[in-house]
Design a protein around this ligand. Sequence first.
Ligand code: BTN
Length: 264
Amino acid sequence: MNKDILTEAAIRAALPEKYRDLQIFVYDTTDSTNTRAEIFAREGGTEAVFVAREQTAGRGRRGRSFISGRDLGLYISFLLGRQPDASAALSLTTYSAVALSRTVERLFGARPSIKWVNDIYLGERKLAGILATGQVSEDGRGLDFAVVGIGVNILGRDFPREIRDIATSLEREGYGGVSLPDFAAAFIDEFYSSLHLVGEREITEEYRSRQMLTGRRVTVERAGESFTAEVLGVSDSCALRLRLDGGEEISLSTGEVSVHTVKD
Ligand code: BTN
């Protein structure tokens, strides 16, 4: 076994004993760990972690793809059980952004920032993205299950042309010395250790303090229209607070919105 390659044994070897009953599925190659988790849940599976060495159809937000090159990153999905509130996808996204930032900070001493709503940045480039999905329960109030998938670029400096200017990896930023299985184990441990804090003030506050858009001018694209505004911050419910150019203040909830910083 090459200990630097993502295998179940290598991840388990780096995980504390308390995770011995956690189900961990590691794929040499798969379409998407989120898809694997959703299928597992629909077939009656319960809490589990899905990890892939590469994804052939990695999914991003808003129907985009997530480039997931072999042994270059951590592509991981957590399958969680019933969620009483249908807004769990948002609170899990917020929580995961904080958990991943904490992991990177603890292992490398780097301070990632979060770009509302689901992107993790190092400097001015994207290091990781989060996609949370779920199955809405019959009464529409909660989720039968939730899947939160995180893709982190760890190794490699050369990115495909379409993302070369906007994506980065830990290696590209000069951080190394941690194997993929050790990184996976550290993140899994961080994720479960504070999971009881999902939706709590402590997480919202940290999400806010890492928010890179606050104080910046942004272009917002929503339902085919585009406008510029200044970002005032993030609300308690994780909406993005904006001041429009005319002075009016509005809040954006996630939905089908995309926000780009305006380059000065
Ligand atoms: C985004 O940037 O819009 C979100 C990207 C989420 C990618 C991760 S990789 C693991 C999991 N499986 C997927 O297909 N997507 C998520």
